[in-house]
Design a protein around this ligand. Structure first.
Ligand code: ADP
Ligand code: ADP
Ligand code: MG
Length: 673
């Protein structure tokens, strides 16, 4: 076994790999970009080296700089994590040449699977079933259009070099093909530096079922069962689970054996994932092989009780696989949710900012059954409170993984754990995840990749503003904080008993009520606390209630509203109240009239929703546009975002040209009525 490894990655995966290395007594060398000098993965390492500026291409993608650190630090092997250099055959080859072990498959296997097109040709030969389509070398738009027409619509255009759900376009009609092809090629070129594409029949209501495989250098290859990753948004995984609901034993074996055949066909070594698309009748087709550790590998660890990173290290150091196929067992059920800094209400735009408050769920208490069971709740995270989610990297905050004896138990635990996950400072998908997990569609286990899209209205409800319960919690938090402030002031003034130090609202005999105006988003809500002989009352727009409560030192609140007791937590960050209750998060500020006026005067501009690069300006100065007309295409976080007209008008000014970098909030153009 190695005594020292270098982890060529950042974020949660770098932390997760470090954890296993440390458990095995292996020294950890980290690398980091200038933006990550204080990152969590750096703090977990035994030594760490800066390898360049924030942009990935200047740091985490610099194979030469990383190999130089390996040499300098005496690391014997490099774990690439996922993303970055993990599927880069040149880097794997450079490691071999430099005498450093690449913890992953041989460069040849990466090359063989690196192009989805070439991989499909190989798999065809190995007898693995494929989705009907075209995956040859010809790329002329006319020719591809002809192939798509032959396959029959809908078709899916995919970047051969694609990954992470990027570089894909569904085309419903022949007439839309040319435009979709151009846009797909543009995104593929920008994201992967390679604009070759393939075309597949677009299956309706398919499931994404993938098989974890593992091979060693001694000719052994096993499958560690399946993961169902059907719950996706724009072809990106949102929730993953193992085993797949409804999987029959004979089909599990057939898929496992097909995956092992795929791995053997390319001389695979180490951890890999063979992704299949399955139709509702259970037939399955090869999609691609990911030649690395997968983001969702923890669910496999939870149901098998194995540490896949440990297996990777063992295989890379030349040991045989620890277990044979017959010895592998599935125990219970596991679900993973990807917690992202993104805004579901704004088309899931990544959200950047500083994590002013971060509180991961507590381990759920439960009886340990006879024998040992996995932890019921696991959080894999690369950030701590106070860290920033920057525009440079993937905006993942954490992976939340739960285990249960059954899927129902795992689901319930996931629901509870999501409700306990508190993040302030960036928008997150936590409530959205909670709604999926609680929803009927997911609970039924009747999965397909259209689940989110089909249940959009339920999963992405229009924000209704704070309800009475939330207003009551926020009001109580504000009054309690006011009382604490007043008490502190009294203590400082030397006369703790002076009546003048009581909070205004609580001055029973003077001002018998206290009004507050809370602002959440665009919505303002006034509440009044009234002092009566029988106690406090809260008046909200919908009614009046008896009102009392207690607050704990850690922000926990217990508030009584008539005959109901509400539980929640309130955290004040940057002058705003963040309320967490019943799986919801609300950010309420007390109204500030001045700020109001300013933002009203600010209408009529189109601001960049996030930092990025303008890749196309679709209108000319002076043009008249209708509401909803596409105006500018912005690329940020490797995704294209189209800025559309919020209303009809005339383009008075265009502030940026294609190719220019823009900051968040700057006006891209000016629209006149
Ligand atoms: P997996 O197949 O392991 O579940 P994904 O398919 O979600 O992972 O992502 C594939 C790869 O793309 C991962 O290695 C991930 O690091 C990377 N990736 C995902 N999202 C982004 C992003 N927004 N920007 C850059 N890379 C990303
Ligand atoms: P990536 O490299 O981005 O992960 P994949 O080829 O694995 O690309 O596809 C990503 C997702 O797109 C799949 O999980 C599935 O939901 C969807 N998808 C891919 N191919 C098809 C297809 N032929 N029909 C329907 N959906 C598909
Ligand atoms: Mg994939």
């Amino acid at each position: 076994m190695f005594s020292r490894i270098l982890i060529a990655n950042r974020g949660e995966i770098a932390c997760r790999v470090a954890r296993t290395a440390k458990r095995l007594g292996i020294g950890v060398v980290a690398v980091y970009s200038e933006a990550d000098a204080n990152a969590r993965h750096v703090s977990l390492a035994d030594e760490a080296y800066c390898i360049g500026p924030a942009a990935a291409k200047d740091s985490y993608l610099r194979g030469d700089a990383i190999l130089a650190v390996a040499k300098r630090s005496g690391a014997q092997a490099i774990h690439p994590g996922y993303g970055f250099l993990s599927e880069n055959e040149d880097f794997a080859a450079a490691c071999a040449k430099a005498g450093v072990v690449f913890i992953g498959p041989p460069a040849d296997a990466i090359r063989a699977m690196g192009s989805k097109s070439a991989a499909k040709t190989l798999m065809e030969k190995a007898g693995v079933p494929l989705v009907p389509g075209y995956h040859g070398d010809r790329q002329e738009p006319k020719f591809l259009q002809g192939e798509a027409d032959k396959i029959g619509y809908p078709v899916l255009i995919k970047a051969s070099a694609g990954g992470g759900g990027k570089g894909m376009r569904v085309v419903e009609h022949s007439a839309d093909f040319a435009a979709a092809l151009a846009s797909c090629k543009r995104e593929a070129k920008a994201s992967f530096g390679d604009d070759r594409v393939l075309i597949e029949k677009y299956l309706s209501r398919p499931r994404h079922i993938e098989i974890q495989v593992f091979a060693d250098t001694q000719g052994n290859c096993v499958y560690l069962f399946e993961r169902d990753c059907s719950v996706q948004r724009r072809h990106q995984k949102v929730l993953e689970e193992a085993p797949a609901p409804g999987m029959r034993e004979d089909r599990r074996r057939a898929m496992g054996e097909a995956a092992v055949a795929a791995a053997r066909a390319v001389g695979y070594v180490g951890a890999g994932t063979v992704e299949f698309i399955a139709s509702q009748d259970g037939s399955f087709y090869f999609m691609e092989m990911n030649t690395r550790l997968q983001v969702e590998h923890p669910v496999t660890e939870m149901i098998t009780g194995l540490d896949l990173v440990q297996w990777q290290l063992q295989v890379a150091s030349g040991e045989a696989l620890p277990l044979a196929q017959e010895a592998l067992r599935i125990n219970g059920h596991s679900i993973e949710a990807r917690v992202y800094a993104e805004n579901p209400a704004k088309g899931f735009l990544p959200s950047t900012g500083t994590l002013g408050h971060l509180r991961a769920p507590q381990a759920v208490e439960f009886e340990v059954p006879a024998g040992s069971a996995p932890a019921p709740v696991r959080v894999d995270s690369g950030v701590r409170e106070g860290d920033a989610i920057s525009p440079y990297y993937d905006p993942m905050i954490a992976k939340l993984i739960v285990w249960g004896e059954t899927r129902e138990i795992a689901l319930a635990r996931m629901s509870t754990a999501l409700a306990e996950f508190e993040v302030v400072g960036v928008a997150t998908n936590i409530e959205f995840l909670g709604r999926i997990v609680k929803g009927r569609a997911f609970a039924s286990g009747d999965l397909d990749t259209g689940l989110i899209e089909r249940n959009r209205d339920e999963l992405l409800p229009q924000s209704a503003g704070a309800r009475d319960e939330i207003l009551a919690l926020a009001t109580f938090a504000e009054l309690a904080a006011g009382e604490v402030r007043a008490r502190e002031k009294a203590r400082a003034s030397g006369d703790p008993h002076s009546p003048w130090h009581l909070v205004d609202g609580w001055r029973m005999n003077e001002a018998p009520h206290h009004s507050l105006v809370f602002t959440e988003g665009e919505r303002h809500t006034a509440v009044t606390v009234l002092a009566t002989a029988s106690g406090w009352r809260l008046r909200t727009p919908s009614g009046e209630f008896a009102f009392s409560g207690q607050s704990g030192p850690d922000g926990s609140l217990l508030v009584r509203l008539d005959d109901r007791t509400l539980r929640g937590r309130a955290v004040r960050v940057d002058g705003e109240w963040n309320l967490f209750a019943a799986g919801e998060q609300h950010r309420l500020s007390l109204r500030d009239e001045l700020h109001e006026l300013e933002s009203d005067a600010h209408g009529g501009s189109l601001a960049a929703p996030m930092p990025g690069k303008v890749i196309a300006v679709l209108v000319e100065k002076g043009a008249r546009v209708e509401k909803g007309a596409p105006l500018v295409i912005l690329e940020a976080m490797k995704m294209e975002h189209t800025i559309t007209a919020p209303r009809a008008g005339r383009v008075a000014e265009i502030r940026f040209a294609a190719g220019e970098q823009v900051d968040e909030g700057v006006d891209l153009l000016i629209l006149e009525d």
